[in-house]
Design a protein around this ligand. Sequence first.
Ligand code: HAM
Length: 418
Amino acid sequence: MSTQKISAPKGVSEYVPDRSSSFDFVRQALIQPAKLAGYQLMELPVFEDTQLFTRGVGESTDVVSKEMYTFEDRGGRSITLRPEGTAGVMRAVIEHNLDRGQLPVKVWYSGQFFRAERPQAGRYRQFYQVGIEAIGLDDPAIDAEVIAIADAGFKSLGLTHYRLEITSLGDQESRAAHRVDLLKFIATLDLDEATAQRAAINPLRLFDDKREEMRSAMAQAPLLINYLNEKSRQNFEQVQRYLDALGIAYVVNPRMVRGLDYYTGTTFEFVHDLLGAQSGIGGGGRYDGLMEQLGGQSLSGIGFGIGVDRALLAAEAEGVIGNDSFVSDLFIIPLGESARVQALTIASNLRKQGKTVEIAFGDRGLKGSMKAADKSGAINVIVLGDSEIASGVVELKEMKSGHTSSVKIDSLFEALSI
Ligand code: HAM
């Protein structure tokens, strides 16, 4: 049998101590504003029927055409590891009839997503998102609230070097009018076959083509924002008025193309300045036709996905998050067997009251255990021997100052709370 070390698969992001506590902090901070706005948890499978994504996300997208982890399961079904969260949420809303109850359905989610992209800094094959979806009402105030929730998450982390870009893809009528002129324009271009195919499914995709010759060709293309009908234009202006009222800065970027096909109406991206090529820390928008496309009724929805990996990188780049290792309130060093039993009891009682307590395990002796206490970064330490157990009193030592005080074992909680 081989005893060679096994490495993690290429391009996955993973978090181990000490950085994992920063990751956890960022993830919680990004979710908190959604909880405060009444969004509820949706916990969904990481694999789904492949059709969910081909139908939901769209076959013209890189995500579906090139980046899906698709395999046949043992029952011969085509399964795909979820590349994004919105289609799964919509599937679950329809399946559990949530759209027949109180609207909008407001949910948040958090977890791993999978895209077979070329790995680089900030771009992974397994990455983490937190996201929200508000499904069932088409109201510009919800658009503004959804954007504000993402923004509040970034602000609570202390991020400042980012900008919000917004645009509107309009309603069906606006998009149809634009499509006629865009297709006319595209017909004048000399496209390779793959690009022509992509354009046939979704001509807007060509705005997203990173090749220089395509970028300069598309510079003259008609922009959807100039084709918004009265209703769509008013709707977009209303969203902007709400953002203004909320004091959320934004720039209108009419050339923004999101990487997924379901978007309509308001769409947005948060772009960070210090992350290089992978600068998108979050994005989202409205999706009018998705529910119907997945076999449900015709209800609109809006949401966002934030890349937790990238938000962490952004927080580190801005220096607003330290690489804080885990810090406990108390480190107990038991000397002897009866002290060990006592240490377990003390620790368990203090933990019940919310204190973080560690115990020196193993036979490392006093010197070795003191070293471990030091390394752990614990704020306080006690040594528990026979005499301490007999008297019920310990010497509580504050590690940083070296200051010690005699404390009754029964009063440790109060002493740690000062
Ligand atoms: P998305 O823009 O494809 O949108 O992804 C959202 C965020 O996930 C991105 O802004 C980025 O921060 C992060 N992300 C995407 N791919 C990777 C990757 N390979 N490595 C690291 N981070 C990545 C969606 O997924 C939509 N479902 C968002 C949404 C929700 N729209 C409406 N509702």
